[in-house]
Design a protein around this ligand. Structure first.
Ligand code: EPZ
Length: 417
């Protein structure tokens, strides 16, 4: 088993370069099968989610060639076959193959792992969108068969501005007959990145990034070249680390507009930030003010950063609160923050943090990707040694995290035990 060991309390200075966005990549790779020719995508992060999706492509007989951070995907000889449970379970975002296969072949057969640790995470809105386009959904336990004689453009209203449903419906609609409108669409930057990719192949999508997306169906999608946007959640995680340990830390290859809500919260509590066109320089300060954050859909405060931000709030002078409104079970890091010495309590969907508290190294567990990231943040701050188990969660979403942190002075290693 792999564990991470961190010797905390180090001052971190230098530059960390942000990789391509995981949450764009996990949609772009399935979307690439929609081209009738070949798609080249660069700035792909080398994380285990990328590997898992490439395994699924190869199982579908799609030609995949990867070179450092770029990937060439050629689906011209792919087979329209079922994605087995083994492959479907490799990662939740495999569900994007439903929309892509439906869009390409008018049929998708795959297994859906259902909930995960942070919540039930149903896909009812995805399936509702597919049905609106004319597909029939058959569900036997966790096996889904989605098929249509013909896919016809439709007006679809999303009860929740779901990132996954917005993207999956877009993938299913790009080759449908006629026009599809998605209302109450999610506006995350990753959605814009996927829409741009599809338009680069010849799709006709307008309105991505707003709550109304229009997709005019086309018959043919040609070869294209595309670049993954920088990962705003990875960037936010390292900026928070800089606010705790930076002397200073420069986070490079950032789109500051994508993390406006985080940057304004950091400035509100007194973090010293220099915000450039594509970088942020951050230094730790002696004291921070308390605040309340409430997660929301983009451009609100991202749910994926509430766990790392909670660690920062353990150093604020006074009472802070974190209210989670997106997922129902995203506080599994709290018992481990307590273990490290933080004064944190959870009631319903709100964490109350009393600071400042001195964190001391201990043995903790990564319960999910961003909870794991919050354990890394806490371990870098805490006096003494912190070990983290279940680090596979962390390696899914943070490319070269040990190398990036070691490069700026952290004492962090991965050990096989
Ligand atoms: C995406 O998940 C991200 N994952 C999540 O990041 C992120 O936290 C989330 O969006 C919110 O920003 C990827 O992009 C791969 P949703 P997704 O559909 O698409 C409910 C990370 O750490 N819902 O916007 O699954 C759902 O249960 C991950 O990188 C339905 O009820 O999120 C949730 O409560 C974690 N029915 C809410 O909507 C549906 O059909 C928002 O979910 C779909 C969603």
């Amino acid at each position: 088993m792999k564990i991470m060991e961190i010797s905390g309390g180090k001052e971190l200075s230098g530059t960390i370069r942000i990789s391509g966005a995981k949450n764009a990549t996990v949609a772009l790779i399935p979307a690439a099968i929609l081209t009738d020719e070949e798609a080249t995508i660069c700035n792909i992060p080398e994380i285990t989610d990328t590997d898992a999706l490439c395994d699924i492509l190869k199982a579908l007989n799609v030609k995949v060639s990867r070179a450092s951070e770029s990937i060439v995907i050629n689906p011209q000889e792919m087979q329209d076959i079922e994605i087995t449970e083994k492959f479907s379970k490799k990662l939740r975002a495999s569900y994007y193959f439903m929309g892509a296969l439906l869009g390409k072949y008018k049929k998708a057969v795959m297994y859906f792992p259902g909930g995960c640790s942070i919540g039930a995470r149903p896909i009812d809105l995805h399936l509702k969108g597919f049905e609106a386009l004319g597909a029939k959904v058959t569900n036997e336990k966790n096996k889904y068969i989605v098929e249509a004689e013909e896919l016809k453009g439709a007006n679809i209203y999303l009860d929740i501005a779901s990132v996954g449903a917005t993207i999956n419906i877009m993938l299913a609609a790009v080759k449908a007959k006629g026009t599809t409108i998605i209302d109450n669409a999610a506006k995350e930057p990753e959605i814009v990145n996927v829409a741009t990719f599809l338009n680069n192949m010849g799709a006709k999508i307008t309105g991505a990034g707003t709550s109304t997306i229009k997709i005019e169906g086309v018959d043919y999608l040609h070869r294209c070249f595309h670049e993954v946007i920088p990962d705003r959640i990875e960037a936010g995680t390292y900026i928070i680390i800089g606010a705790l340990c930076g002397t200073p830390l420069k986070i490079d290859n950032v789109i500051p507009e994508h993390i406006d809500s985080l940057l304004s919260k950091l400035e509100e509590i007194g973090v010293d930030l220099e915000i450039g066109a594509d970088y942020v320089i951050v230094s730790k300060a002696n004291s921070y003010k308390p605040t309340t954050i409430k997660t929301a859909v983009y451009p609100g405060f991202p749910t994926d950063l509430q766990q790392p931000f909670t660690v920062l709030l353990t150093q604020s002078n006074g009472k802070s609160k974190v209210v989670e409104t997106i997922f129902e079970n995203r506080f599994m890091h709290i018992p481990y923050l307590k273990e490290l010495g933080a004064d944190v309590t959870v009631k319903n969907q709100t964490v109350t943090i009393i600071g400042p508290s001195t964190l001391k190294g201990s043995n903790v567990v990564a319960t999910d990707l961003r909870a794991g990231a919050s354990m890394v943040v806490a371990g870098l701050l805490a006096e003494g040694t912190t070990t983290i188990t279940n680090i596979e969660h962390i390696l899914r979403g943070y490319e070269q995290i040990v190398e990036k942190l070691t490069g700026v002075g952290a004492k962090i290693t991965i050990k096989e035990i």
